[in-house]
Write a protein that binds this ligand. Structure first.
Ligand SMILES: Cc1ncc(COP(=O)(O)O)c(C=O)c1O
Length: 389
């Protein structure tokens, strides 16, 4: 019996691997603080949950059009318009079960076997995995601490050639918390236009920018027609388990993404879509409060990390991850991340889970209560004392 060779191209997402291991340790009675996965302890705001109940009772339980309900596609366009992130018609919006599914569809729709795709390294592990799965060649572009965790236009130029089809950008950035300013985006746009690239702009953390303003790449001259903007309700509304995301792109690309969804998941459940309408168009107060709380949690956690000898952490400007450098410890980051879980009871991810340019770092999600973060800092500090011994 033989299975498809292409399956060897897919990589396991490390966050879920470590989560499974940490949960197994908990089943055996260990007390673990979970900083490995990008999720928060906030519950989905009540009015969104109530809307889902009401829609279930109203019978929103059947198949619907693959690209999404008109109400939700309109609400997504309004969400982007409201934040100055472009004017889109409903036909240009596609709704999928989480941003991740649309990321998969976008790469599969654009990257031919043999083509090249440039993507951030370190970066969300799914990029490289799906690029390989599509048969295209992954070309990593470094996101370095020395450059404030930004990609540079020169690094991009050095990696683009006539085979390059797609550029993936992600800002605010997972795992580093870096972001791109208008002038960085202008330079990236220049290269994309010059080389006629399609750009997948993963902006799922756009609402989680702690300083400055987020500019969507698609709003720059010449970019709308070549950009697929990826958004998700997961992080902005604490809806990770609902699985709801969307893209904004030219209608021709939207049509192809819809084909892929229609051939795989058919549609997102309509009661979930209608709850999404409520999230996007209803009160934004709770979402804003959560984002403000993340900023306070960031400040507490990063200050605490920087007090631990051997650990240094740049302040992340967006997203809910700290990405400290642990090169000064007498262990590799991989070993320290293992040690923190096995001995310290804190689950984290080593930078190597995100690519080849972050071997000295570990990622920790700080979207947790201050009590939990303080307990995590105590455990990390004791672990460092032990290893530095
Ligand atoms: C950079 C990035 N893009 C996309 C996603 C996908 O999120 P979701 O599928 O929950 O919408 C994530 C999730 O962690 C992410 O970090």
């Amino acid at each position: 019996m033989e299975l498809a060779a292409r399956m060897n191209q897919l990589k396991k997402e490390s966050a879920f691997v470590v989560l499974a291991k940490a949960q197994e340790m908990e089943r055996q009675g260990r007390d673990i603080i979970h900083l490995e996965i990008g999720d928060t302890d906030f519950d989905t705001p009540r009015h969104i949950v109530e809307e889902a109940y009401a829609q279930l009772r109203a019978g929103q339980t059947h198949y619907v059009a693959s690209a999404g309900l008109p109400e939700l596609r309109g609400a997504c366009a309004e969400f982007l318009r409201r934040d100055g992130r472009g004017e889109y018609r409903s036909e240009e919006i596609v709704v999928g079960p989480g941003g991740k599914s649309l990321l998969f569809c976008a790469i599969m729709a654009v990257a031919d076997p043999g083509a090249e795709v440039v993507y951030p390294d370190p970066g969300f592990g799914v990029y490289e995995s799906v690029i390989r799965f599509s048969g295209a060649h992954p070309v990593p572009i470094p996101v370095l601490e020395a450059n404030d965790f930004k990609i540079t236009a020169q690094d991009l130029r050095d990696r683009v050639n006539e085979r390059t089809r797609l550029l993936v950008v992600n800002y605010p950035h997972n795992p580093t918390g870096g972001t791109l300013e208008l002038e960085d985006l202008e330079q990236i746009a220049h290269v994309a236009i010059e080389h006629d690239l399609i750009v997948l702009s993963d902006e799922v953390y756009a609402s989680m920018l702690f300083e400055g303003t987020h500019t969507s790449l698609a709003t720059l001259p010449g970019m709308r027609e070549r950009t697929i903007t990826l958004e998700s309700l997961s992080k902005t509304y604490a809806m990770t388990g609902w699985r709801l995301g969307f893209t904004a792109s030219p209608a021709a690309i939207a049509g192809e993404l819809t084909q892929l969804l229609s051939n795989s998941v058919s549609c997102v459940p309509p009661f979930i879509q209608m709850a999404g309408v409520r999230a996007l168009l209803g009160s934004q107060e709770e979402s804003r409060e959560m984002m403000a709380a993340f900023k306070q949690r960031r400040d507490l956690f990063v200050a605490g990390l920087n007090e631990i000898p051997g650990i240094s952490c740049l302040t992340p400007r967006g997203a809910f991850y700290a990405f400290p450098n642990v090169a000064a410890l007498p262990m590799t980051a991989n070993e320290f991340s293992d040690y923190l879980l096995e001995v310290g009871g804190v689950a984290t991810l080593p930078g190597s889970a995100f690519g080849t340019h972050s071997d000295d770092h570990i990622r920790m999600c700080f979207a947790h209560s201050t009590g939990k973060l303080e307990a995590a800092l105590d455990r990390i500090s004791s672990a460092v004392d032990h290893v530095a011994g």
